[in-house]
Write a protein that binds this ligand. Structure first.
Ligand SMILES: Cc1cc2nc3c(=O)[nH]c(=O)nc-3n(C[C@H](O)[C@H](O)[C@H](O)COP(=O)(O)OP(=O)(O)OC[C@H]3O[C@@H](n4cnc5c(N)ncnc54)[C@H](O)[C@@H]3O)c2cc1C
Length: 291
């Protein structure tokens, strides 16, 4: 299928891009890697009058540690995360997740920020951002906004981003103590979107869990933060009983539907099992950091 006709602009600077967006916000669409936008245009689910290609904006693809957080530029592609040697120890859940995203063709062009802004409830990065308590930095001509991932997703393909805003960066807080994470995904075949996937992050203080994050993929109208399950972990020793209860609560937070990929009951049970597995992996990784 061919997209409806649209105008195309490739601004050279962020200032230029923001000015264009301010003028044409309601009938314009930002394009980063185009890996979700172009299919949406072809299917005519999106018919913007103007596509603003931000792919060539300078200095927006960095991955660096700054003042207690990990900063991922909005133009950092999936492949940049895959190949970044420091992330394997700084934030291993990112490296776990990136391998599950589609295939090298998509990973070579698509960006993490683009995936989060696309807000597909089956997108993998959204859950990881919820588990890690990440924030998005959004710029417009009026200034900068820090938007916590928790609350960003309003519904399928819908976020709190305003039409005149561009996300420039994603910030992930660096853990204060030993930490670990894991991403487990069930898919029908390699490169497919998730039937169910679960992101888990834990931070330890002594023998207790100081912080926990759990994000659920493809089991509701948005990526879901399993808040009750997180609360059931914090302040406790990670005993089997505590972990089993957190997994039960996470499954309770899931709102899957019967579809071609499985029944709602099956998907809820996969959430439970993957939270158990994820917590055991994440705790193991956190203890290795400690050693
Ligand atoms: C064949 C195929 C398989 C896929 N499999 C998976 C998978 O297994 N798991 C998964 O999670 N994803 C999968 N995807 C989706 C893909 O990984 C991401 O959605 C994609 O990489 C988004 O990044 P992008 O840079 O290409 O965004 P684009 O397509 O350019 O943009 C996507 C949306 O985000 C907005 N946007 C992008 N960047 C910004 C920004 N900086 N500020 C504001 N708005 C912005 C755009 O306006 C658009 O609405 C797949 C895609 C394809 C084509």
């Amino acid at each position: 299928m061919f997209p409806a006709a649209f105008d195309y602009a490739a601004p050279a600077t962020l200032v230029e891009a923001l000015a264009l967006l301010k003028q044409r916000g309601d009938d314009a669409k930002i394009m980063a890697g185009g890996q979700s936008l172009i299919p949406m245009l072809k299917l005519r689910f999106a018919q913007p009058a103007l596509v603003i290609d931000i792919g060539r904006l300078p200095a927006m693809n960095g991955i660096a540690r700054h003042n207690g957080h990990l900063s991922i530029g909005a133009l950092a592609r999936h492949v940049d995360i895959e190949r970044n040697a420091d992330l394997a120890w700084l934030c291993p859940i990112l490296v776990d997740t990136v391998h599950w995203i589609s295939d090298p063709l998509v990973r070579n062009r698509g960006t993490m920020a683009g995936s989060v802004c696309h807000a597909d409830p089956s997108g993998d990065w959204g859950s990881v951002m919820l588990a890690l308590d990440a924030s998005l930095i959004a710029r417009s001509e009026s200034g900068e906004r820090v938007i916590p991932a928790d609350g960003f997703f309003q519904g399928p393909f819908t976020t709190t981003l305003r039409p005149d805003e561009i996300v420039t960066e994603i910030r992930i807080p660096m853990p204060k103590g030993p930490a670990g994470g894991a991403y487990n995904k069930l898919e029908r075949k390699v490169g497919d979107f998730a039937t169910v996937a679960v992101a888990v992050h834990v931070e330890l203080s002594g023998s207790k869990i100081a912080k926990a994050g759990i994000g659920l993929t493809a089991v509701g109208p948005t990526n879901i933060k399993a808040t009750a399950a997180e609360k059931a972990l914090v302040g406790h020793e990670p005993t089997d009983e505590v972990i089993v209860e957190a997994a039960r609560l996470a499954a309770e937070a899931a709102e899957p539907k019967d579809d071609i990929r499985g029944t709602a009951a099956y998907k809820k049970d996969i959430v439970r099992v993957y939270v158990l597995r994820g917590l055991r992996t994440a705790l193991g990784r956190a203890r290795e950091v400690k050693a």
